[in-house]
Design a protein. Structure first.
Length: 189
């Protein structure tokens, strides 16, 4: 069981917030931590959130209010942002350090690119040093050995779809430099 986000878009028209739609955002704990400090530090370093949860805006559209009220006991960390706030956030300047255990494939990719593949929580096997991993033969010994690696990513890299695709889509809808579009969201467990 994990945490998921429920995200809605509203647009301001004639000084009133109008419901645009619900958007499916894939489970992304770094994004959740950045947006509202939710699941911060789970399988990653600590992120500095844009804001702690603000609650629902007082002038939320009736459609979003109804959805929030229907499941009030299951949802938490309600919040919102104007598109302008998300556009001004320093997605490239902020960075986070990750640590993870990787097998030989992940280790070799980490050595080549600075970022691993297959970072995971351990479910058995043994921990070995980098020196031992250099000589380790997974064909002979199996993929049971892991070693700890560290790497750094920008917030943008952690949330590439959200920043490069979703925010671009929202910016295409805006006529007022992001002050007429907002996202409203909450989480479940």
């Amino acid at each position: 069981m994990g945490t998921d986000i429920h995200l809605f878009v509203e647009k301001k028209e004639n000084n009133k917030w109008i419901y645009v739609g619900k958007h499916d955002i894939a489970r992304n704990y770094p994004l959740f931590a950045i947006l509202a400090n939710v699941r911060n530090g789970i399988r990653s370093g600590k992120f500095e959130p844009i804001s702690y949860p603000r609650g629902l805006p007082n002038n939320v559209s009736p459609e979003v209010r109804k959805r929030a009220d229907n499941w009030i006991l299951e949802f938490h960390s309600h919040s919102w942002f104007l598109l302008k706030e998300l556009n001004h956030f320093d997605w490239d300047g902020k960075k986070v350090k990750f640590k993870a255990y990787v097998n030989k494939i992940g280790y070799d990719k980490w050595k080549k690119t600075g970022k691993p593949w297959g970072a995971a929580q351990l479910a058995g096997g043994k921990i070995i040093s980098h020196e031992e991993m250099e000589k380790y033969d997974p064909i002979k010994n199996g993929y049971i050995a892991h070693t700890m690696v560290e790497w750094v990513q920008t917030y943008r890299e952690c949330c590439i779809y959200f920043v490069e695709d979703f925010l671009k889509e929202l910016n295409n809808m805006s006529r007022e430099n992001g002050e007429d579009i907002r996202i409203i969201f909450w989480f479940d467990n």
